[in-house]
Design a protein around this ligand. Structure first.
Ligand code: UDP
Length: 252
């Protein structure tokens, strides 16, 4: 028997970025862990932390650290830069929900019951069709993220008994929603997916592959929605590095 068989799968390294403990996973290992948790009927809360997440979720950061069912992974070049500056290390892979969730749904060894919550009504409807058509899973519920009471969402999730709940409300609403409700709901994968439904519904365009490879998708999105996003990539980027620096000073 080899050492690796004896010690089981290698645990991902945890890197502290600001007040968050971020797991350095490869996408293959992360998908494997999620499939195992689903097979065991356990709850997972998965969050993709980018610079905007760090800034907008900072006020309730300790809530991500106190539950073993919660996994926070890195998303975007800003997180990688912070890891290099603060720890002299790189994350294994640049993960983000828009790429990872389709890969997870597409690679599932079992058919899944998927619930979609968030975005405008027509967007979540089209995204649901896309999940069924592209991945062959069953959509067991779909609710818009505007004007829908939390109680109704919870009631629908309880009766639908999904394996996967995709929550697309943007940061920090989707994170707050999952942290506030997932523990009282049926065990499933609960994941914050940002603008994924807009992409699945083909209402928003992804950056060309070469732009993504250069880690410049954020710049492409900025050119698409400058009014809404300029602050995120200027003032908030500055705040992000300030948060990281003060967390490092506190720890030393
Ligand atoms: N959204 C929502 N309810 C809200 C605010 C946002 O359903 O109260 C949806 C929005 O329509 C979009 C998704 O959340 O489909 C992601 O929003 P955003 O583009 O801000 O996400 P990000 O830029 O962080 O990926």
């Amino acid at each position: 028997m080899t050492t690796s068989t004896l010690s089981g799968p290698k645990l991902p390294e945890t890197l502290r970025i600001g007040p968050f403990r971020v797991k350095s996973f490869g996408s293959h290992a992360l998908a494997g862990q999620i499939y195992r948790q689903l097979a065991l009927g356990r709850r997972t809360e998965l969050f993709f932390a980018n610079t905007n997440f760090v800034v907008t979720c900072q006020a309730f950061a300790e809530r991500f650290n106190d539950d073993p069912a919660i996994t926070v992974v890195n998303d975007g070049i800003g997180m990688d830069l912070a890891a290099r500056l603060m720890h002299g290390k790189r994350f294994q892979e640049n993960l983000n929900g828009t790429d990872f969730i389709p890969r997870l749904l597409g690679g599932s060894p079992l058919p899944l019951r998927v619930f979609l919550f968030g975005a405008r009504p027509e967007v979540v409807r089209e995204a649901s069709r896309s999940v069924e058509r592209r991945f062959g899973h069953t959509v067991v519920g779909a609710l818009s993220g505007y004007g829908v009471e939390d109680e109704l969402v919870c009631e629908r999730i309880r009766s639908a008994k999904p394996d996967v709940v995709l929550v697309a409300l943007g940061n920090p609403l989707q994170e707050q929603w999952i942290l506030d409700h997932a523990q009282q709901l049926p065990p499933a994968l609960y994941v914050g997916v940002g603008a994924l439904f807009d992409f699945l519904a083909e209402r928003a365009v992804r950056a060309p592959v070469w732009v993504r490879k250069l880690h410049l998708e954020w710049f492409f999105r900025l050119t698409q929605e400058p009014k809404r996003l300029w602050k995120r990539y200027t003032v908030d980027a500055f705040k992000f590095f300030r948060i990281c620096r003060s967390a490092k000073l506190e720890a030393s």
